[in-house]
Every structure is written in structure tokens, then in C-alpha cells.
Design a protein around this ligand. Sequence first.
Ligand SMILES: Cc1cc2nc3c(=O)[nH]c(=O)nc-3n(C[C@H](O)[C@H](O)[C@H](O)COP(=O)(O)OP(=O)(O)OC[C@H]3O[C@@H](n4cnc5c(N)ncnc54)[C@H](O)[C@@H]3O)c2cc1C
Length: 140
Amino acid sequence: MRIFQTDCLVLGAGLAGSAYALRLARAGFQVELLSLGQPEQANSDWAQGGIIYETAPDPAPLGRDILAASDGTANPAAIAQLLREGPAAVRELLLDELQVPFDRDAAGRLDLAREGRCSRNRQASCSYLQTSGKMPADLR
Ligand SMILES: Cc1cc2nc3c(=O)[nH]c(=O)nc-3n(C[C@H](O)[C@H](O)[C@H](O)COP(=O)(O)OP(=O)(O)OC[C@H]3O[C@@H](n4cnc5c(N)ncnc54)[C@H](O)[C@@H]3O)c2cc1C
């Protein structure tokens, strides 16, 4: 039996695990990232380059949209966490740190799109990533 010692063991190398591992490593911890599949075989590698960002001024309609899109099956606690923490996570990791080249309008503002059951334009989309599929690879 081989014994590994590490400060932090992160299970799953999709966007969630990779982002968490990155944050820990930046904070000075030794991190091991364990994945069931090969690198770049997570669902995150199939994502199409769009992510919900804008929830202001009132996040409640997004919660209703998610519940409707799931036909009432979405976990209310997970919805509440997404509404509470999602925009800051996108801003800190994808916009500020990784500087993902999301589509912008002529004035330089995010060109937010509407998708699925969304009742408003909230989704930051990235034409470049939609064709290259590089979002998680860039994180790693
Ligand atoms: C085709 C497609 C398109 C999509 N497009 C979008 C989009 O445009 N916008 C959007 O917001 N979302 C999109 N999604 C959804 C999005 O990809 C997922 O919600 C997101 O990637 C989930 O990230 P995650 O890190 O939680 O999980 P995942 O990316 O699924 O990663 C899970 C990780 O855990 C590992 N793992 C699983 N079980 C174990 C185990 N027992 N032990 C160790 N490791 C394990 C896996 O190997 C993997 O590395 C899309 C999904 C698909 C399939």
C-alpha cells in the first residue's frame, strides 16, 4: 500500500474541483486533485461556454426560472446557494482571475444572452470557448 500525504485532497477535476484546487494552491496549501476519469473528460469539458452571471437587481426570478426548468425538482438549498454565491464566483474566477474573453458589446459591457427557460438575459457567453472547448483546460 502506498501512502500519500497532502494538505488537501480534492475529488473531481471538473470546473468545481479544479477551481477549488486552484484556490487552495494559491493560498499555499499542497493539493492533490483526484478524478475518476481522465483529465478533460468531465462534464465541464463539454460545457458550451455560457454561464449565468447577472442576477441583479433581484435574484428571485432566476430562482423561479431554475425551478421551472427542472420541472420543480431542483434542490431549493442549491438554488439559494447559486443565487447567493454564483455571481461573485463567476466574477472572481472567470472574469478577474482567468480573464475569460466573454462576448462584449460595443461599449465593452458583457453581452448577456438568454438561454433555455431564462426569462431575462443573464448568461455571459464566450464564442471563442464555444468553438475551442478550452474552459476547464485553461483552469488546469
Ligand atoms: C454537453 C454539455 C453542455 C453543457 N453546457 C453548459 C453551459 O454552456 N453552461 C453551463 O453553465 N453548464 C453547462 N453544462 C453543465 C456543466 O457542464 C456542469 O454543470 C458542470 O460542468 C459541473 O461541474 P462539476 O465540476 O460540478 O462536475 P463535472 O465537470 O461533472 O466534474 C466531475 C468530476 O468528478 C469526477 N468524479 C466523479 N465521480 C468520482 C469519484 N467517485 N471519484 C473521483 N472523482 C470522481 C469526474 O471524473 C470529474 O472529473 C453542460 C453540460 C453538458 C454535458
